[in-house]
Design a protein. Sequence first.
Length: 376
Amino acid sequence: MQVKLNVVVCAAVAAFAGTVSAQDMIVKIGHVGPVSGAQAHYGKDNENGARMAIDDLNAKGVTIGGKKVKFELVAEDDAADPKQGTAAAQKLCDAKVNGVVGHLNSGTTIPASKIYNDCGIPHVTPSATNPKLTQNGYNTTFRLLANDNALGAGLALYAVDALKLKKVAIVDDRTAYGQGVAEVFKKTAMAKGIQIVDEQYTTDKATDFMAILTAIKSKGPDGVFYGGMDAQAGPMLRQMEQLGMANVKYFGGDGICTTKVIELSGGAKTLDNMVCAEGGASLAKMPGGTAWKARYDAKYPNEFQIYSPYVYDAAMVLVNAMVKAGSADPKVYLPFLAKTDYQGVTAKIGFEPNGELKNPAMTLYTYKGGKKAALN
């Protein structure tokens, strides 16, 4: 009896040892986004994309340097706040994650990028679009979509060439993202002959815009550009309708270009006048967009916003570099990340020397009948 028991125990120990040796390498991928606060719907969508990538990687049985890998997601919440963003970045550095996907906002990503650079951890943002992000010279920083130079300019050109607008008012939320995209729009619009009749400012926490909209209405613009996020754009569209501004065109970057804005606008007629831009191809035109979205919706029903396909690709790009380098050590795989040549869900991915995406696409969208539709 004792011999049999020993045999059983030894077999169990051997089986356990086999399990451990089969997964003898843990790779941690960090993700940071606002999963609390007014922008939580963006953050949850992004985190879903990261979790989907981790699940797919673990299902594939990826090996790095001949060792089978178990991937783990280390998710942090920055609530779209720069201070929380830097704290989250330091936490990921202290946890010695192997790479980071994030952050969502330019205002959190720009200060966090210095922390990642200082601790030598590569990070790929799926959504921060302020051009200043890649101007600090950090070789650890990469962006997976077009920046605001493309978005702001594209919207301004559409306002002039397609809609023939003459007078536009500008509002921004004073964040790095909102102010940045508004400045690019203004510069391009003025160069094309549009008159900027008013400039107003708000915050990324505000919901009452009656005072600034009343001031704007008195200037008689045929368009309003808003640099900010959908949590403000929705109420602003409702209040424009209340003020009799239903015929005024409304523009913005990817921050307002969500499905959530339909709900946030409360069905306002002004939503039909909205044109927004995203720094990538529409899902239908992404190389793997339609199939990927079907899988996403099955796993996370009614949670898709904008950026989760880019988050998914960002995680895959990090791991692709690790596999090619034969190492998950950031110092070893970073040069391979810089030379990325990867077919992702969103695009064929490669980076410029400064970390910007090569040949980024841009898509304009409008909203008709309560549905988001691509214009190009």
